[in-house]
Each structure stands twice: as structure tokens, then as C-alpha cells.
Write a protein that binds this ligand. Structure first.
Ligand SMILES: [Zn+2]
Length: 673
């Protein structure tokens, strides 16, 4: 669920966007909100020379991200309440929609009635043409992209342009069921041994949805098996996320309309374009051509029965719970609990959705502006801007002192820093106000019916949006920060300030916020970011020789992290390398600032301790397993210990000796800079 409802056309944003464009600090979402503070096991406090993270956080019940998120959510709820009771607030669509939303009984009664015509039309489709019509109608009206999977996104080679990107179909919607807003794990995940464990849970949820729809157990199981068969055909033809990561120029291909016509013969692209009023002259791209060609081969009359069921399942999974009917929510909650061992109930999911997604989405930028007015002072904003500028300046020194980079590549890297945009707090982008008039309850409106109106309204604007610059949609109310590759910008939503609300010491602030700022800046030079130039376009600015050295360092970082494990689970060094590069570069840069400020040993201790506290979080093994498979960040403990074990200063400050577990031989320590 998590935003699928109103985040129209964003369904597969997570396939491309979070990986390639927005490199956030952590996997946000439900893990953060539902991470109940867990009982600390009564183990002996380790020496900080052996396990710095556990030692510093021993017995601590301060979890900065969770605590900050809780405060932000509380602030947000208060603000929404005060806006709703303000008589000058006259957003009629909002009032009408929320009235229906608040009518929990009415929602239960209405059920999925508004979806019935879609299901009927799917059932009645007797040939491929008729199926295509209903498939595109579902796409346009419900925001459920299915067998023709597409996205409005940036042209990675010229990010001042938007285009339509045709993308792989991922039926195993990991995000839908885990409610984790991170990257998917791609082929390596779906074919991994670990996945077979989860697969059972996903399949069970799918069967439950089909039963709610009206199939008996046998039919639901049969349909689910057919869908698995289909998924397998595509899976075998797909590239892995790591492969995509490392070779984005190979897999992100620009297409003209005639390229499309020459490559795809069955997929109904012409019908899709005319449905959305997109012209042949507009721009297109294809990700993972091999997968799409396989899909094109599949899209035939022969497979009509399975394709019909696939479409139904996707509607059930992604839209049926918009009414928050308790029975549909229960499937989500059970699935989440089975995956993570954390009991979550439908009410929690529904409340999260309402507070963090639905209401903010309906209020639009109005709410973001009000939030910043109330909870983010000009002084706080200036302080963050100042901190960012300080880190940016020092980063130039760090790059200049690099021993392996040639002068010409250094100049290019510094150009990227000079051009980096700094966004702190809410930044107003071009908006497309809703033209649809939602229907009130007493005029016969239903929540789902109005949801369809909102989707249609958004669909009607795709043709306009192609002509604008694309910006990723990132929640203003998630405690996070991110680097956006496609415009070379570092972004700090005001909610991030909550992370260190009560911290006043300069060096502690470096540990909490400075390291994060430097982490985000480092993303400009991680294994993905380094492929983009100062304007955010895919463009190689490296000499061959420097690139070869970079790849050597990157491999050393992959090997280094692959040696770490938490709760017996091995870190995937390859999967996490962009984030690890950013973590290492982040801490290194702050240490370099401190050196220039002649920091004392006590100052360094403050910084290191704050950095370890920043990451304090308790996760159980099941959650960690999912995180290792799906999150491109290393586990928090590793984000602390592995980074510090590679910093010479850390050895000096804490007198780390060869016999200590934090010790790593000097020639084995890693970092780009
Ligand atoms: Zn990051």
C-alpha cells in the first residue's frame, strides 16, 4: 500500500527513481514508523574498541530517526487538525474527500463496488483488442500500470527534458507487501534462496485477495500459479539491479517513435499514446530492452486468460484497499507481520496512510508551506545552509588532496560541487491543480468513485507534464535527506531538523547533521552519481585512467563491506556500495573539517559518539533479513563500525590496537578520498 493509492503513475517509480535519482539517507517508511522500541537484551556492554556502535548505544533508548519521525508526525497531525478547523480553509475537494474518508462505516459498506465495472469489462474481453482497451482504462482511471509498464521520468542524458519511459514489469511487488519504501532487489532477489521464504507469504496474500474478490481456494490458487509461471518467463529475461546500476548507459535507451515501431509489434503502444494524448514526436526511453521484447512476444491472444487475471490481481492489490476496508487491510497487515515478525494491524496502516500520505497529498504544497512556517525558523534554515556550504567547501579540499585523481578529473569534480544546488526546506515546484470536482457524500459520491476522478484528472495532465522538467516526488514529512542526481542537488526537508532538535554542541551537530550533509554530497561521486555531470546529465567526465583507479577503489570497498555481518547475516558489499562510498566520504570530510578547525581529542570523541548515536536502531533478525535483501544501505551497525574502522583518526582518538575487534590493518582500510 504505502502511497500506491494516490501516487498515481508512481507505481514503478521505485524501480528507477530511487536507485538512479534520489539517494536518500535511509529506507524510510514503515520500518521507521512501526519500529517499536525493543527490549534490550541483557548482554554485557562491549568495549568500544571492539564494537563501537554497541558500546556507545548500550542500554540507550534514544533512536534519533524514530524519535524525530514521531515528533514530525505529531506536529503534522496537529497542523492538519488546525487547518481542518480553520473556516478560511475552503478546499472543497479536500473537504468532500475527507468527509467520505472519515465515514468508516460507509466505506465498509461501499466495498469495492466502484471497481466492479472494471472487473466486468476484463471478464467480458473476448479478444486482445478488447483486453487492451480495458487494460489502458485501468491504467488511466485507477493508476494501475500493468503489462505495459511506463513512467513519466527524466531524460537521463538531458534532464531538462521529461519523457515516457517503458519499464520492466515486476509482478512480485515487494514494496506493496513489505510496505518498505526502498529499492527493489531485482532479479538477484527473486532468484535468491532467501526469497523463496518470502514468496510463500506474497503468494498467500495474493490468494487471499483473490478470495475476497470471490474465487474459491482452488481457483485462487490456480490463478496464482499461472501468474507465477508468467513471472518466471520475464524473470529469466531480466537484468539484475546491480547490472542495471553499473551499466545505466547500456540499459537506459532513448527511443524515437520509429524505434518503438521497429522493436515492439504486440504491445499496444499506439493505443496507449492516443489514450494519454501523447504525440509521436514526444520523447521515449526504454529500460531493459530484453525484458520488454520478451513481454512484447508474450502480449498475444494466446495468453489472454492469464493476462486478464494479472490485471485483476494488480487492481486488487493496489486499489481495493483505498476504501480501507478492514478485510483488505488485514491481508496487508498479516503479510507484513509474517515477513517481519512485527505485529501491525489494519488500523495502524490506515492511520499511517491517512496522516502521512492521503491528507498531505490532498492538501498539496499548502500543507508543506504551512508546516515550514510553523516548525522551521529562518534561523534554522540559515544554519543548515551554512553547514552545507561549509561541507561543500571542505569537500573541494578533500578532492584536491586526492592522491590518485588527475588534475583534469579533479577540476571536473569541483565543477560538480560548484554547481550543486542546495535545497533546504520546502521548494515550490510547478503544480498542476486538480480540475476534477469531487462528488460529496450527500450527492452520491463514494471514496473510490472520487479516487477515480482524481486519477483521471492526473492522467489527463501527463501530456502537459512531458513538456516540463521532471522532479521526483519525495515526502516532505519523512525524516530524511537526499541527493537528486538529475539536477545535482542536495535536499534537506525541514523535517530533518527534528533529528537534532536538542543538540547544541558544534561537534555533536557534526555527528548528527554534518555527517549526513557530507554523505549526501558524496553521492555526487558514488558509483552511480559519478556517471552524471554537473548538470545532472549522464555524461562521462572521467579520464580512462582515473576511471580505472576509481573502479579499483570501489572493488576494495565492496570486498571490505562483504566481510561484515550482523546477527549472522552477511552484508551484500556490491549492492550497498554507492551508500558505503557516501558514508565513508561523509565521515572523512567532516574529519577533515575538524582538522582544519584544530579540534581537540574531546571534540573528536563528541563527533564519533554522536555519529554512532545517530544510527541507533533496534531491528529483529527478520527485519534485518528483508533490509539486507531490499535496502541499498548497510545495516546501521555497519554504517557506524565499518566506517570508523577505516578512519585513521578513530584509531588515534581511541588508541585502537591490533588485538581490538574494531582494528583493520592500515592497508585494508578503504575510502575514495
Ligand atoms: Zn545515501
Amino acid at each position: 500500500m504505502e502511497g500506491n493509492e494516490l501516487k498515481k503513475k508512481n507505481k514503478l517509480l521505485w524501480y528507477l527513481i530511487p536507485i538512479v535519482l534520489v539517494i536518500a539517507l535511509l529506507v524510510a517508511g514503515f520500518f521507521l514508523l512501526f519500529n517499536n522500541k525493543k527490549e534490550e537484551k541483557e548482554e554485557k556492554k562491549p568495549n568500544l574498541q571492539d564494537d563501537y556502535y554497541e558500546s556507545i548505544n548500550y542500554g540507550s533508548i534514544n533512536y534519533p530517526f524514530i524519535d524525530a519521525q514521531r515528533n514530525v508526525t505529531t506536529n503534522l497531525m496537529m497542523l492538519i487538525k488546525s487547518i481542518e478547523s480553520d473556516t478560511t480553509f475552503t478546499n472543497e475537494n479536500y473537504i468532500n474527500f475527507i468527509e467520505l474518508y472519515d465515514d468508516k462505516e460507509g466505506r465498509e459498506q461501499a466495498g469495492i463496488e466502484a471497481l466492479k465495472p472494471y472487473f466486468e469489462e476484463i471478464d467480458n474481453a473476448s479478444n486482445l483488442d478488447e483486453f487492451t482497451d480495458i487494460m489502458l482504462k485501468v491504467d488511466y482511471d485507477l493508476g494501475v500500470t500493468s503489462l505495459l509498464n511506463w513512467e513519466l521520468g527524466p531524460n537521463l542524458y538531458d534532464t531538462s527534458q521529461s519523457l515516457i519511459i517503458f519499464e520492466p514489469v515486476l509482478l512480485e511487488d515487494f514494496k506493496t507487501f513489505t510496505l518498505v519504501d526502498g529499492m527493489p532487489s531485482g532479479l538477484e532477489f527473486f532468484t535468491s534462496e532467501e526469497y523463496s521464504k518470502y514468496k510463500e507469504t506474497f503468494v498467500k496474500a495474493r490468494i487471499e485477495f483473490l478470495k475476497l474478490y470471490g474465487y474459491d481456494e482452488e481457483k485462487a490458487t490456480q490463478v496464482s500459479n499461472d501468474i507465477n509461471e508468467f513471472a518466471k518467463v520475464l524473470q529469466d529475461k531480466s537484468i539484475s539491479i546491480n547490472e542495471l546500476h553499473g551499466n545505466i548507459t547500456k540499459y537506459f535507451k532513448l527511443y524515437s517513435k520509429s524505434d518503438i515501431d521497429n522493436t515492439f509489434h504486440n504491445l499496444p503502444i499506439d493505443k496507449f499514446l492516443s489514450k494519454y494524448n501523447i504525440s509521436d514526436n514526444d520523447r521515449f526511453a526504454v529500460i531493459d530492452e530484453g525484458h520488454l521484447i520478451e513481454l512484447d512476444n508474450y502480449y498475444t491472444e494466446e495468453h489472454l486468460p492469464v493476462m486478464k487475471e494479472i490485471l485483476k490481481v494488480l487492481i486488487l492489490e493496489r486499489v481495493a484497499s483505498i476504501n480501507s476496508n478492514s478485510e483488505y487491510l488485514k491481508v496487508f497487515a498479516d503479510c507484513y507481520a509474517s515477513l517481519t515478525g512485527e505485529a501491525v494491524n489494519g488500523v495502524q496502516i490506515s492511520t499511517f496512510y491517512e496522516q502521512m500520505i492521503l491528507k498531505p497529498k490532498l492538501m498539496g504544497s499548502y500543507l508543506n508551506i504551512k508546516y515550514d512556517e510553523k516548525f522551521f525558523t529562518e534561523v534554522e534554515k540559515l544554519e543548515i545552509v551554512e553547514l552545507i556550504n561549509k561541507v561543500k567547501d571542505q569537500y573541494k579540499e578533500v578532492i584536491n588532496s586526492s592522491t590518485w585523481m588527475s588534475d583534469s578529473t579533479k577540476q571536473e569534480a569541483i565543477k560538480k560541487l560548484d554547481n550543486m544546488k542546495v535545497n533546504v526546506g520546502f521548494v515550490q515546484r510547478k503544480e498542476y491543480p486538480v480540475d476534477a470536482k469531487l462528488i460529496k457524500k450527500d450527492e452520491g459520491g463514494t471514496l473510490l468513485g472520487n479516487y477515480i476522478l482524481l486519477n483521471q484528472d492526473e492522467s489527463s495532465k501527463i501530456a502537459l507534464k512531458i513538456n516540463d522538467v521532471y522532479y521526483p516526488e519525495v515526502s516532505h514529512f519523512m525524516v530524511n535527506a537526499y541527493y537528486n542526481q538529475t539536477d545535482n542537488s542536495i535536499n534537506f526537508p525541514s523535517s530533518f531538523r527534528e533529528m537534532y532538535r536538542d543538540i547544541t554542541d558544534k561537534y555533536e551537530i557534526y555527528g548528527y547533521a554534518g555527517a549526513v550533509v557530507a554523505h549526501e554530497i558524496s553521492h555526487a561521486f558514488d558509483s552511480n552519481g559519478s556517471l552524471y555531470d554537473e548538470h545532472g546529465n549522464l555524461n562521462n567526465w572521467w579520464t580512462d585512467e582515473d576511471k580505472a583507479k576509481y573502479d579499483e577503489l570501489k572493488q576494495a570497498i565492496i570486498d571490505y563491506y562483504s566481510n561484515y555481518e550482523v546477527l549472522g547475516l552477511k552484508v551484500n558489499g556490491e549492492h550497498t556500495v554507492p551508500e558505503n562510498i557516501a558514508d565513508l566520504g561523509g565521515v572523512k570530510t567532516i574529519l577533515s573539517i575538524m582538522e582544519s578547525e584544530n579540534a581537540t581529542k574531546e571534540d573528536y570523541i563528541k563527533f564519533f559518539e554522536a555519529y554512532a548515536k545517530l544510527w541507533n536502531q533496534k531491528v529483529n533478525k527478520a527485519e534485518l533479513e528483508i533490509a539486507i535483501l531490499s535496502d541499498n544501505h548497510s545495516p546501521n551497525k555497519v554504517r557506524t563500525n565499518a566506517v570508523l574502522s577505516s578512519m585513521d583518526k578513530f584509531y588515534e582518538v581511541y588508541d585502537i590496537k591490533e588485538s581490538d575487534k574494531m582494528y583493520v590493518a592500515k592497508d585494508k582500510r578503504v575510502s575514495l578520498w
